[in-house]
Design a protein around this ligand. Structure first.
Ligand SMILES: Cc1cc2nc3c(=O)[nH]c(=O)nc-3n(C[C@H](O)[C@H](O)[C@H](O)COP(=O)(O)O)c2cc1C
Length: 200
């Protein structure tokens, strides 16, 4: 009896800690939106983002799914060489840095605080509400050209989603990598390629 009670208590504890660790995002809207050809026509880099602007959790969920959602046979919205699926997405906001998990549609906080000033060299990106860091796991994919393709494809999906949703975005490669990698608590096997800023 005691063993069963212990098991139930342990299971409840694990369930609670899982719920606390990851914020569940709204279910991504995987139909509708602007016609594809029109979104392609309207895609562009925009830097005049209002620091007071906000991005809804629904839009955030949709754009993360567009970039890296799971669609067919456990595969993704974008192609990856040999299906290595080496991409990892982080979201940098005014209050925290979180890691996205497409499997359970959650954001898990990896660091608390406003790190927007160190994740950008350009002033307009230091105050924008959302920044999506595109990171690759170099254990999963060793070849640079394939890593670069993966991050580029995900960035383009974010561009198209933003065009469709009326959001402003620009991808950035001009970064102070060391500082931001530290804030993101990246390991030796994680390579930061770009950060994509989003707002209105
Ligand atoms: C790999 C890559 C890196 C970029 N890095 C930056 C950057 O650090 N800062 C920036 O303001 N724009 C950056 N851009 C955006 C380009 O300047 C922009 O795409 C280009 O001027 C063409 O404009 P468009 O995106 O509106 O077509 C980058 C774009 C790419 C593809």
């Amino acid at each position: 009896m005691k063993k069963i009670a212990k098991f139930i208590a342990l299971t409840a504890m694990i369930a609670t800690s899982c719920a606390l660790n990851g914020e569940v995002l709204p279910t991504p809207q995987t139909t509708g939106g602007m016609p594809l050809m029109q979104a392609m026509q309207e895609r562009k880099s925009q830097r005049d983002i209002d620091p007071a602007s906000t991005v809804t959790k629904q839009d955030l969920s949709n754009m993360l799914w567009a970039a890296w959602g799971i669609t067919h046979d456990g595969k993704r919205t974008i192609a990856t060489a040999m299906n290595r699926q080496e991409l990892e997405l982080y979201v940098i906001t005014a209050t925290e840095i979180s890691r996205y998990s497409a499997e359970d549609n959650t954001l898990t906080v990896v660091n608390t605080g406003d790190f927007r000033a160190i994740q950008a060299r350009q002033d307009w990106a230091k105050t924008a509400p959302i920044n999506i860091a595109l990171v690759v796991n170099t254990d999963k994919q060793q070849r640079d050209e394939f890593q670069n393709y993966t991050a580029g494809a995900a960035s383009h999906a974010i561009y198209l989603y933003c065009a469709s949703a009326g959001l402003k975005t620009t991808v950035r490669a001009m970064l102070d990598n060391k500082e931001v990698e530290q804030a993101m608590k990246l390991g030796e096997n994680q390579r930061l390629l770009y950060i994509q800023t989003v707002g209105r």
